[in-house]
Design a protein around this ligand. Structure first.
Ligand SMILES: C[S@@+](CC[C@H](N)C(=O)[O-])C[C@H]1O[C@@H](n2cnc3c(N)ncnc32)[C@H](O)[C@@H]1O
Ligand SMILES: [Zn+2]
Length: 276
């Protein structure tokens, strides 16, 4: 709930702390942000959200696929990367809050801040875990989280803002970044003509964080999944290819696949610490 995390949130207009009122968050200068019926708050200011926000259909596909547990080993790995004793975990580009909720399950005393620019995603994140507060925010703008307040920032398949993540983290905090490797979703990438992960991805991740973070650990997590047509449709629908393909065309291609396919899930997880 927002009440669990309001002490770590700041006003996106003036940077002051926020207080919880009746269905509203308000700073001392009177900037006020309504809490939606579903329990989340939008701390986006000014112009509209960027075009990269996940749509309702993408969010529904993501919830169906992740909810079925296909990426369970990744959830475990992400939760395991959160330091024991962490009290505040933020997830930047949290989507439906799946990984953050998994981390909070492992950290009984901790609270979580889900940040995502998609209102559709954040609406789901708001009910992903009782100790989670869900906030609409844009990682490309100053994030509405106080300086040095967070023990762990999670960033799973989502955009990164090194300067902002470093500002939010405590000096001994950690940033956990998960990206797909070039083997992710083989052989579907080729069979269905999905967008592939280019080999320079790893370099770009490091570049986007250099100056603010040092990488202190890295691991690859790879496992097989047996996926039927419905699960394949969901995993395609929640991924970047959903932006570039017509769902009907994709459905026709999926129907031509065998009843089940053996598909690889392959991720790189990197741990970063803020540079002193
Ligand atoms: C591929 S999804 C990953 C979601 C979640 N981490 C997961 O793995 O299930 C990328 C997420 O980043 C969000 N996103 C895209 N651009 C963003 C931005 N500028 N600021 C915050 N979130 C953004 C999208 O709305 C989407 O929920
Ligand atoms: Zn204010």
């Amino acid at each position: 709930m927002l009440a669990d995390v309001v002490e770590y949130l700041i006003c996106p207009v003036c940077g002051a702390g926020l207080d919880l009122g009746d269905r509203v968050l308000r700073c001392a200068r009177g900037h006020a942000f309504d809490i939606a019926r579903q329990g989340y708050v939008s701390l986006l200011t000014g112009s509209q959200a960027p075009g990269t926000a996940d749509s309702t259909a993408m969010v529904a596909a993501r919830e169906a696929f992740l909810g079925a547990g296909y990426f369970g080993p990744l959830s475990e790995a992400v939760a395991g990367a959160c330091r024991t004793g962490a009290r505040v975990v933020a997830d930047a580009g949290a989507g439906t809050g799946h990984y953050l909720a998994g981390a909070l399950d492992r950290l009984p005393g901790a609270v979580g801040i889900a940040l995502d620019v998609s209102k559709h995603a954040i609406r789901r994140a708001a009910r992903a875990h009782p100790r989670l507060g869900a906030v609409v925010a844009d990682v490309w703008r100053p994030l509405p989280v106080g300086d040095g307040t967070v023990d762990v920032v999670l960033n799973v398949f989502a955009p990164r803002n090194g300067a902002e993540f470093a500002r939010m983290l405590k000096d001994d905090g950690v940033l956990v970044v998960v990206t797909p490797t070039s083997r992710h979703l083989e052989p579907l990438v080729e069979r269905l003509g999905l967008l592939s992960v280019d080999e320079s991805k790893e370099r770009r991740v490091a570049e986007s964080l250099s100056g603010h973070f040092v990488e202190t650990g890295r691991s690859v997590h790879e496992f097989g999944m047996t996926l039927g047509h419905g699960a394949i449709e969901a995993v395609v629908g929640m991924g970047p290819s959903a932006w570039h393909t017509d769902p009907e065309d994709m459905r026709r291609k999926i129907i031509e696949l065998p009843k089940t396919s053996n598909v690889t899930a392959s991720f790189r997880m990197s741990i970063f610490q803020p540079t002193p």
